[in-house]
Design a protein around this ligand. Sequence first.
Ligand SMILES: Cc1cc2nc3c(=O)[nH]c(=O)nc-3n(C[C@H](O)[C@H](O)[C@H](O)COP(=O)(O)O)c2cc1C
Length: 347
Amino acid sequence: MNRKDEHVKYAMDTKKSKGANDFDKIRFIHHGFSEQSVSEIDLSTHLMGIQFDTFFYINAMTGGSEWTANINRDLATIASRTNLAMATGSLSAAIKDSTFAPSFRVVRDILPQGIVFANMQASASYTNAQKAIDIVKANALQLHINHPQELLMPEGDRDFKGWIENVAELVKKIKLPIMIKEVGFGMSKETIEQCVNLSVAAIDISGRGGTNFALIENIRSIYPMSYMDDWGQSTVLSLLEAQDFVDKIDIVASGGIRHPLDMIKSLALGAKAVGISGTILHSLLEVGIDATVDMIERWKMECTYIMTALGAKNIQELRRCAMIFDDSLYSVAMQRNLSFEHIPLRR
Ligand SMILES: Cc1cc2nc3c(=O)[nH]c(=O)nc-3n(C[C@H](O)[C@H](O)[C@H](O)COP(=O)(O)O)c2cc1C
């Protein structure tokens, strides 16, 4: 089986073994007066200088095989019908073998006016990154950082030197906004600071809690390092790690987003947008395009309900909503000496 197909298959198979999700360790404080109307709630956002009607989007997944070409076509159809932005999976397969280019190009064909992100590894050369952008006529470029996945992948890379310098060069040469993105291992404040210093336009902290590429690669390997299955920071902890930077750079939350309440908690923690992969992929493959479109339209409505309950008419106002954290999460944040300056706690 092609690697891209295996990733989809095992992402589906491991859905039920994801375990705890740190979003459940945060609660909003409920207040008795809302003084908001559902009809006036604004779900739009501005990210990397691009205006989005809805703050959440379909995050990078796939392309590079016959099956994943169909999945990309279906995901793009869902994006088109719900007016969501969408990222393709890594285009490296299409760069290595141009016969795979149509499995990615189909996304732009279906979304001629839509917002589409191209995706490449942060080690990509300028020439290859530009080719990837051209294949999907991208509006922005995602550069993924994924060395734990590579190390656990039997055929993965073993040398990760020079990535920072490479990103610095891409930022100088590529004319589009660039986002650095994890793939589900989360980010530390040190990594986020390095990204800020690289002057990228956005950072997707993509944390643990959803699709787990340590687990997926361990399933693919004949010498699994299963004790690494739990590697990385959760999405919530990564957002806490990002607190010193939420006013300096656009932060995207992804990793284990299950439903609108996880999305709203991410925004309240300072994210400007939310990326969803596994939950949408599972829905597509389990119940199909129509039911997934219905789910996403319901999500939009439910987001307006939650924001009304919180008395916040837009994503900026969500930043004022008081939250409480359970002791285990709070204690980890204290150990990491994280700043809560931007988070209204227990008010
Ligand atoms: C089948 C599959 C393939 C993926 N391939 C890529 C990829 O090529 N590039 C990338 O940056 N992220 C890739 N991801 C990672 C997602 O973009 C995201 O960071 C991660 O799955 C966590 O989000 P989730 O829990 O919502 O799935 C992939 C995810 C899935 C499910």
